[in-house]
Design a protein around this ligand. Sequence first.
Ligand SMILES: NC(=O)C1=CN([C@@H]2O[C@H](COP(=O)(O)OP(=O)(O)OC[C@H]3O[C@@H](n4cnc5c(N)ncnc54)[C@H](OP(=O)(O)O)[C@@H]3O)[C@@H](O)[C@H]2O)C=CC1
Ligand SMILES: O=C(O)CCC(=O)C(=O)O
Ligand SMILES: [Mg+2]
Length: 741
Amino acid sequence: MSTRSKIIYTFTDEAPALATYSLLPIVEAFAASADIAVETRDISLAGRILASFADQLGADKAAEDDLAKLAELTNQPDANIIKLPNISASVPQLKAAIAELQALGYGIPNFPEDPQTEADKEVRARYGKVLGSAVNPVLREGNSDRRAPAAVKAFARKHPHSMGKWSKASQSHADYMRGGDFFSSEQSITMAAPGDVRIEFVGKDGKVEVKKQLALQEGEVLDGMFMSCNKLREFFEQTLQDCKETGVMWSLHVKATMMKISHPIVFGHAVSVYYKDVFDKYGELFKELGVNPNNGISSVYDKIKSLPDSQQEEILHDIHACYAERPEMAMVDSVKGITNLHIPSDVIVDASMPAMIRNSGQMWGKDGKQKDTKAVMPESTYARIYQEMINFCKTNGAFDPVTMGSVPNVGLMAQKAEEYGSHDKTFEMQADGTMRVVLADGTVLMQHEVEKGDIWRACQTKDAPIRDWVKLAVTRARQSGTPAIFWLDPERAHDRELQKKVEAYLQEHDLSGLDIRIMGYNEAIRVSMERLIRGQDTISVTGNVLRDYLTDLFPIMELGTSAKMLSIVPLMAGGGMYETGAGGSAPKHVQQLIEENHLRWDSLGEFLALAVSLEETGIKTDNVKAKLLGRTLDAATGKLLDNNKSPSRRTGELDNRGSHFYLALYWAQELAAQTEDAQLQAHFAPLAKQLQDNEQAILAELAEVQGKPVEIGGYYRSNPELTSKAMRPSATFNAALAALA
Ligand SMILES: NC(=O)C1=CN([C@@H]2O[C@H](COP(=O)(O)OP(=O)(O)OC[C@H]3O[C@@H](n4cnc5c(N)ncnc54)[C@H](OP(=O)(O)O)[C@@H]3O)[C@@H](O)[C@H]2O)C=CC1
Ligand SMILES: O=C(O)CCC(=O)C(=O)O
Ligand SMILES: [Mg+2]
């Protein structure tokens, strides 16, 4: 018996949003044959801005708060959500999106950069909820299971991507603080009983300011830590001096988007240290103009526009003088003169470090040439793993995708675990004093002596997600027959608390025949890499930040991109969220589409997620047609890989839309060829024939549009009609699909 069920498909931003215009009509048409409704929910940056100001927009312009509704759904056992990557916006991106929406006639307020009035503070608070990683932590009500499916791994072995050679003489390295950072100050406790705590600041005058109150659960782990502003700035200065002396290029790698409060401040210090002469000279003026280094050097360019031309020129001249004084800095776009410090969201550590390591440890300089680089990552907690990988590549050469094994990940992230949920507990110190965490009865749980400018933060990790994470790790180790390593660092207070729980919760499972170990980060990555080059797989079982870092790092070595990962979030309430790969929304791809009408985005992550989602729908609702759709989709995806019908990077060749055509063709063929369900067979046979017969005509229609600019009417909120027209240019294909309905 089948009941009509629902798959929620998220509408997001940039390249995946463009791809959705082409892929979703195919998905809807196929899913309908199994009585499954595919509904979209808009969680794009623009959609979230509009939902935040729904009360101020007319009925025709107001948007529903789809994110809030989805968040509720994640706590329902029947949730089945396909989650595409979305923008975690930096302030410059948020401002650009606001300006675009205002130009479209939406009466939303400007972003108040320095709110003083109550009204401005209220607007700033609303925008604060849209800023940075505002979607993923809300929807991820389960832990993370990311791995390369066998077919994808086989494809990478057969068609290896290019890997830059490593030289033993490479000067590239990761550089991080040796003291004064979060790692060195971390304290951690586990709550023996439920309890209320206060996070408070005690000034030198003894005055107490309560910063935050928390109701903690029994078994919850609470961490407190801080980064010294003075030590951070000294560290940046030392890295710059070192690069100047050694001639190695300088670059900064942080996660200002996901770590949306702490890392923009770190980024801002890098900007004001690199351009120190300019900030020293124009400090007062910049304050008046509202320049904020946390938004990058672009903030200076932006704010000085109001000054007379001559003054602007003087400032620009002084900025250029910094380039002569300072070491060379890695470029984001050397043609357009966009540096690593332009805006905080251009270089995001999870993707940028593997890209550098894949590229012989080099980044691009201002002359467009690649060079050895000092990758500066102040927080030493996790930066050390990159140095380990760099050492490994210098010793053993680049990884070989043909022979290397795999490092899947089981990541702790549910209920805003660890740093993921730290934003409302992160504070930039306004004065010297003491930060302390105090129980309701006055017991001081932890405390730090801090100075003005230091960044103090607390992290919470609830007990239930930890238990669920251990279970997921054991399940994956059992199902895949693969050794699993818990990456828990004995040097870290937090990990020592976690280790006690892991050891206890492992005892709840049958571990016979399993190889499960606990290791510090350096040892864990070394062992995993030693096994990797011998073709062996090792599951990394990690906390939230390492989940993020490792699920780009290893896939990018193994598969060339993390977009091809199967990325499942078994929701703790029983539902499922299927993320489409482990990568982001690939902004560069949009540029190519607009300029050349070629979209190189690979929707493989969507294909993989959809297959699991269909299969799960089939199991949960006893819908055999859904299961069959899932299985045939997997077969079609395998065929698409075998026949090399993935998008090409080059304009003029098959792109995202062409790969969707082949997916529809192969999927229809698989359904027409199966004999389990005669109804589905009869339903899809005509489509299979029509697409096969018209293959050349459809390819010609798809090819014809390429090579010239295309108008989609916006970036953050493109025009739906124009975008649909652009993304569905084959009348023959569209008609065949319409006939299926
Ligand atoms: N789950 C989520 O919601 C996530 C969201 N993000 C967001 O994504 C945005 C961009 O982040 P960024 O750090 O640039 O990382 P991305 O992973 O988006 O992009 C880095 C590069 O990876 C390649 N790539 C990624 N996905 C695909 C794909 N499907 N097909 C082909 N190539 C792909 C592209 O390489 P090339 O240009 O060489 O083709 C791309 O330029 C940010 O706003 C970030 O916040 C980031 C990670 C996860
Ligand atoms: O939420 C974000 O900002 C990024 C998430 C991410 O990179 C990941 O989950 O791999
Ligand atoms: Mg990531």
